[in-house]
Design a protein around this ligand. Structure first.
Ligand code: NDP
Length: 287
């Protein structure tokens, strides 16, 4: 294998350590313990696993943690009332509504996410935080792309001046990734399903980020020799088999560094959520 393997667990451990250290410093200075509330509506088994993992991460780092479990038939008004209660709760610094919402509430997703105070929006989905990120102000940033950036920085991979290509333009991954790379002075191209000559574009990338949701989408001929390849994709191809968007076996022979799936970017997301909760607590204390 030619490429250096960027293992998520190493970077996730470093990010958690930093979040834990900053939380202890905050507690020492101000007496405040960062607190995260996760709201889950209905009984989606995958969501329940995520919520348990978030609670576990909070407990391990000594954060205050609250899981709010609401029944499947919760109304919009009831959900908004719960968010309002948490917006006003001084022991809670971060609020996250686990997605997807049950079918009946899905059409209100924007309304729900916008009801969260931007100062407590640890998912970074509120338009105020999106606008802050785009305009280069201090913002709470979506955890997955923020984790990718943190990993590049910890791995010592230069971003400034790099030619970065992002495949995928979702609000959760692609667009924040574009803005994070741009704010660190990369030259960024964002590609999507209508992009022409995709391989021609991606093969010029020093940093290539794949967030498509299609197994093995990025093939070796799309990758420049020595490039850093970040695979955000999580695709279940069999009951117990997850793969990314990158044809890992072939691309690792061409790339300079590569994230595996599983065991790559996926592990960074909860670690960054802890970091965002500390950021949110600090932002609230500093007014
Ligand atoms: P979306 O489905 O929202 O976006 C996919 C993007 O890929 C779209 O912008 C789409 O383009 C683009 N795309 C689809 N087909 C092509 C194509 N043939 N050529 C070029 N671009 C294409 O996905 P998400 O951003 O939410 O997620 C992407 C992947 O990342 C998924 O596998 C998801 O599971 C994973 N993920 C992992 C996370 C983690 O590690 N914790 C967190 C979030 C996501 P268009 O806009 O034109 O339709």
């Amino acid at each position: 294998m030619a490429a250096k393997l960027l293992e998520g667990k190493l970077f996730a451990a470093k990010i958690r350590e930093e979040a834990g250290r900053r939380a202890s410093e905050l507690k020492e200075k101000t007496g405040v313990t960062p607190g995260l509330a996760v709201i889950i509506v209905g009984e989606n088994p995958a969501s329940q696993v995520y919520v348990r993992n978030k609670h576990k991460a909070c407990t391990e780092l000594g954060f205050h943690s609250e899981s709010v479990e609401l029944p499947e038939d919760t109304t919009l008004e009831q959900l908004l009332a719960e968010i309002k209660r948490l917006n006003n709760a001084p022991e809670i610094h971060g609020i996250l509504v686990q997605l997807p919402l049950p079918k009946a509430l899905q059409k209100y997703e924007s309304e729900v996410l916008e009801a969260i105070s931007p100062l407590k929006d640890v998912d970074g989905f509120h338009p105020v935080n999106v606008g802050r990120l785009v305009t280069g102000q201090k913002a709470l940033v979506p955890c997955t792309p923020n984790g990718c950036i943190k990993m590049l920085e910890l791995a010592g991979i230069p971003i400034e001046g790099a030619n970065a290509v992002v495949i995928g333009r979702s609000n959760i991954v692609g667009k924040p990734m574009l803005n994070l790379l741009l704010s660190r002075n990369a030259t960024v191209t964002i590609c999507h399903s209508r992009t022409k000559n995709l391989a021609e574009v991606t093969s010029k990338a020093d940093i290539l980020v794949a967030a498509v949701g299609k197994p093995g989408f990025v093939t070796a001929d799309m990758v420049k020799s020595g490039a850093t390849v970040i695979d955000v994709g999580i695709n279940r191809i069999a009951p117990k088999k997850l793969v990314g968007d990158v044809d890992f076996e072939a691309v690792k022979e061409v790339a300079g560094a590569i994230t595996p799936v599983p065991g790559g970017v996926g592990l960074l997301t909860i670690a960054m959520l802890m970091m965002n909760t500390v950021d949110a607590a600090e932002m609230q204390l500093n007014g």
